[in-house]
Design a protein around this ligand. Structure first.
Ligand SMILES: C[S@@+](CC[C@H](N)C(=O)[O-])C[C@H]1O[C@@H](n2cnc3c(N)ncnc32)[C@H](O)[C@@H]1O
Length: 265
């Protein structure tokens, strides 16, 4: 509870004003870095489901853009040790300090932490999987970040995203509609903390990838009983690996069928 107070007070004060994004992130996260994970367990829903659904081959390579404290890597479980190389990219030094401490604690020798902008970072070689967990909504040039994620993937590689969002007033056929209150309330609520749930993230992801799985949900918000915020989980495949039968933008499987998520390149 005491550690929640530190986090809550920072969140209530909002993201500090500073010209550089990195200064805004550091000013926001530094006071709450040590308590970050505990509080976000109650707020950032769907991360485990996304991570356990990402099919990465043994010996594969993975990048998390906006990886923060590296907490999400624990959701890979024993699979993590089978990956050749995993990179946590983040702009916030305080959260990366937590991530490096976690790597040392867990003995993850195949994981490296890189301080860089998610919209600009490039690994030395194309990778098998890139994912963003609640970071796309904090990245000002999110178009560039999605394009960058796709550029660093091998053809047929997987792009995973879990994040807050709101729907367009007229959403594409694969997406659910939302009421006007939801669509207007959450962008207003989150903007204070530098989080911008967009109606355009999901349509853009659906357009730029071969969709594999999609789920639109609502999750509880700590200390606001009965209030739920909309979030989505998405997995898409980078085109170009072979015959692409599903160019229409409709997912290969719904999330409910994700146990059957195919390994098809
Ligand atoms: C809500 S946190 C999520 C952290 C982590 N992915 C998780 O699920 O716990 C958003 C993260 O995105 C990072 N971030 C925001 N903009 C970024 C950018 N342009 N480049 C790299 N990281 C960024 C923040 O520093 C922060 O660590």
């Amino acid at each position: 509870m005491l550690s929640d107070l530190t986090v809550l007070s920072r969140m209530l004060r909002g993201q500090p004003r500073a010209e550089r994004l990195q200064d805004r992130l550091e000013g926001f996260y530094r006071p709450q870095a040590r308590d970050y994970d505990r509080f976000r367990e109650k707020l950032l829903h769907g991360r485990q489901e996304l991570l356990t659904s990402l099919v990465v081959p043994a010996g594969g390579t993975v990048v998390e853009l906006g990886g923060g404290t590296g907490r999400n890597l624990e959701y890979f479980g024993p699979r993590l040790a089978t990956f050749a190389d995993v990179t946590i990219v983040d702009l916030c030094p305080s959260l990366l300090t937590q991530a490096r401490a976690r790597c040392a604690r867990q003995g993850w020798e195949n994981v490296r932490c890189v301080e860089a902008d998610a919209a600009l970072f490039r690994p030395p070689q194309p990778v098998d999987c890139v994912y963003l967990s609640y970071s796309l909504s904090m990245i000002p040039d999110w178009f560039l970040a999605v394009d960058n994620a796709l550029a660093m993937l091998k053809p047929g590689g997987l792009l995973g995203v879990v994040d807050f969002y709101v729907a367009r007033r007229d959403p594409p056929p694969q997406c659910q509609p939302q009421g006007g209150l939801t669509r207007h309330f959450w962008p207003w609520w989150f903007a204070h903390d530098g989080v911008f749930p967009s109606p355009d993230h999901l349509p853009y992801l659906l357009t730029r990838t071969l969709p594999v799985a999609l789920s639109e949900c609502r999750g509880s918000v700590p200390y606001l009983p009965g209030i739920t915020a909309p979030y989505y989980r998405f997995i898409g495949r980078k085109p170009g690996a072979g015959p692409e039968v599903r160019r229409s933008g409709s997912p290969e499987v719904s999330w409910r069928g994700v146990g059957a998520l195919s390994q098809r390149p």
